[in-house]
Design a protein around this ligand. Structure first.
Ligand code: HEC
Length: 118
């Protein structure tokens, strides 16, 4: 990556961490509260952990819009994120976060497939 590119990323990350902690998770690219309210309780609790842990370095839109619906694929991703320096994600956190990601992405892709059908 070019120096200019990494500087840009540094600026974006700084801007994101400055806004971190303020406002609802929807502002960090997360789900609107109405949608969180519709989740089964265990998944909603996993979502809250996800919103807290996975929004530190990028917006939640990044995982929420990722084209991943395969459980083992998500497992590799979450493990990769967990290993980022200073991620603050424990193996137990990762397991819980995975339950939300699998639930959410399977449903989202299923919905998209239905909408794509004539
Ligand atoms: C310590 C910082 C950090 C944390 C915490 C973090 N990420 Fe990331 N994430 C990154 C960086 C850096 C990248 C871009 C580089 C890469 O793809 O490895 C990234 C990229 C991604 C991508 C896109 C990868 C692609 O190929 O487009 C996804 C999806 C993602 N993260 C999901 C998550 C999830 C889910 C969590 C919570 C379990 C999380 N991240 C937590 C730093 C982090």
């Amino acid at each position: 990556m070019t120096t200019k590119g990494s500087k840009l990323i540094a600026v974006v990350v700084l801007a994101m961490s400055a806004s971190c902690g303020t406002g609802r998770s929807a502002r960090r690219g997360g789900l609107p509260n109405e949608e969180v309210a519709k989740l089964p309780p265990a998944i909603a609790s996993a979502y809250r952990l996800f919103a807290q842990k996975c929004s530190r370095c990028h917006t939640l839109a990044r995982p929420l819009t990722a084209d991943i619906d395969d459980a083992s694929h998500w497992g590799r991703y979450v493990e990769r994120m967990r290993r980022q320096r200073g991620s603050g994600i424990s193996p137990a956190d990762a397991a819980k976060i995975l339950t939300f990601l699998e639930y959410y992405s399977a449903r989202r892709l299923e919905k998209e497939r239905k909408e794509a059908r004539p």
